[in-house]
Every structure is written in C-alpha cells, then in structure tokens.
Design a protein. Structure first.
Length: 331
C-alpha cells in the first residue's frame, strides 16, 4: 500500500462521516450540528495524528503486562524491535512520507543524545536488560521523542496549519539551540530555564495558529497550542513511567506521578520540536497575508476560538486536504 491508500482512505472516511452528520435527514445545518461535527472531526484527526505515539505507548504498557522476565529476549529489546516494525509499517502503509520520516529520525537522534547524557548524570534511569542500547539508554527511548515528531508532521498536514505573525526562523533556531544546550549545561552552571521560558513567551506571544478542522477554521495562540501538547506528553510520560519504561529518582522505590513541573520542561522542548519541523516545513501564513505581517487580521483573545463556516465559493475540505497532501509529499 502507498501514501495514497491507507492514510487517504481513513482521512476520506472522516470527511464523509462529517458530511453525513451535517446533512443528516436533509435538515438545515444548524449551529449546534456544525459545532458537534467540527468537534468530532477535530478529535478524530488528533487521534489519527497520534497513531505512532499511541502504538508505541501501547507496546510499552503491553510489554510490562505480559513479557516474562525470564524470556530469552529482554523486554527492552522486544519493545525496540516492535518500535522499528511500527515505524516501518507507518512508511509502507503511507501513514508517513519519506520526507516526514526524515523529521522523525532527526527527533530520534536529538532525543537519544540528550537521554544518553541525562542517564549518565542520574536524571533518570532505564532497566539494564537488553543489548539494543547506547550506553545505558535502550534504543526504544529515542522512538518516544520520534513519536512527538511523527505527531507534529502529521497534525501539520491534517489540519493544514497556517500561522500569523510567525517569528523569524533564525530567532527560533537560536532559542531552540539555547534550550537544548541548557538541558546539558545546567548540571554544571546556572540553570537558565526561567530566562529561556520567558524568551519563548516573548517570541511567540503574538503568533496565532490557524487550524482548519472540516468546514471551519479555529484560531488560537501558538503558546496555548504548545502548552496543551506539553500537558498531553506529560500525561503520556506518567503512563510510560508507570509501565517501567524509565524511572526518575523519586520513583526509584515505588512509582509516583511525575511532578507537574515537568510540563515546563516539555514546553521548552516544544520549542526544539517547532524548530525541527519548520526547518523542513516552513510555517505558512494564512491566505492573503504574510506570516510576519503587522496588518494581519485581528485575532481573539488567548484561548478563544472562532469558527468560520464554509461558503459555496470555497473548495471542499476534501479537495483542500488532497491538494495539500500533493504539495507536501516530497519524499
């Protein structure tokens, strides 16, 4: 199967189901029906974008439940092999393109390098079993950060993301480099994460993301979107540590929930994620305005949403999605 098979089939079915709901019984498209439809499509697309992350997390939890300690193949190695098979299936069945895979692999390398250092200084630890590892880090751990990259490139395409007042790319790269470097240097010099967090807020304070759901476009501050993703990753981290994928020092004796302060760390890491994704997929402005334009349309307050109904002159959601897929498929 190719990129235009499984991925297209699922996305087309989401589109058809939404249209059936809107036109159910040939009744007028009431605001309530439109809202419910957009809400369900948003959830379905988000779930579809999380395919790799959910599969990997499910594998980790399943391995904890059923993998016997005395098995010839160590549990860490089994999870690594399963993660590789999932990644191969994502490519073979067209859920990711070759170009998207490059982003995921870049996330994998960046995450693994950081994890090797962090385990060496005792920030967290992994089970010592298995041979598929670099130093004390089992190779499946890099796939966990790769899952974040997989989600970001897929959500970028599924929702046709566009941005108003996007910062200069070099500013994002410099800030992301500072964030990444601080995760290493704060063990020996002053921890600059509070300053870095302030710079992240300053850099993206005026940036708005435009999210096309089905027949409507939702707008929200980029900082809100990054914060929501950070919270979801923190929740997944709690499940992964419960499944013994790794452990923080506070969890050495018995599992306890990951401290909510880790959300800040994930928010900072989102800056690195944004820099990596927009390096290969430059941020696109809304139609008719520049990403850095000071004359972009006014946007609602932080966290607000605005639904723009589709008009007869607009192309259908399916045609827009298909056109974007053709443009984005450069692999």
């Amino acid at each position: 199967m190719t990129e235009r098979s499984l991925a297209t089939v699922v996305e087309s079915r989401i589109d058809r189901a939404a249209r059936r709901m809107l036109d159910a019984g040939r009744q007028p498209r009431t605001p309530t029906r439109q809202f419910v439809t957009e809400f369900l499509v948003f959830g379905a697309k988000q779930a579809w974008a999380c395919t790799f992350g959910v599969a990997l997390l499910g594998t980790i939890v399943l391995a904890r439940a059923v993998w016997p300690p005395e098995a010839p193949l160590a549990r860490n190695d089994a999870v690594t092999i399963a993660a590789v098979l999932v990644q191969v299936a994502m490519l073979v069945f067209g859920l990711e393109t070759v170009r998207e895979l490059r982003v995921v692999l870049l996330f994998h390398v960046v995450g693994t390098v950081m994890k090797v250092f962090k385990t060496d200084v005792g920030s967290w630890s992994y089970d010592t079993g298995g041979v598929l590892r670099i130093a004390a880090v089992p190779l499946f751990s890099g796939f966990m950060y790769g899952a974040v990259g997989s989600y970001m490139v897929r959500v970028y395409r599924l929702f046709d993301l566009r941005f108003s007042r996007w910062p200069r790319q070099w500013c994002i790269v410099v800030l992301a480099a500072g964030v990444y470097g601080n995760f290493f240097t704060h063990h020996v010099v002053w921890d600059a994460r509070v300053v870095l967090l302030g710079l992240v807020v300053l850099l993206f304070a005026r940036t708005t993301v435009h999210v096309r759901v089905h027949c409507a476009t939702m707008r929200m501050p980029v900082l809100v979107a990054m914060g929501l993703v950070a919270v979801v990753i923190w929740m997944a981290e709690n499940l992964a540590t419960w499944a013994d994928a790794w452990a923080y020092p506070a969890q050495a004796a018995a599992w306890t929930p990951v401290a909510p302060t880790k959300i800040t760390a994930w928010l900072l890491l989102m800056t690195i994620s944004v820099a990596l994704v927009t390096w290969l997929y430059p941020a696109r402005p809304p139609d008719g305005c520049s990403a850095n334009s000071r004359h972009a349309p006014n946007h609602p307050a932080a966290g607000a949403r605005r639904v723009l109904p589709q008009t007869a002159a607009e192309p259908s959601a399916r045609r827009e999605s298909s056109a974007f897929r053709r443009d984005a498929h450069l692999g």
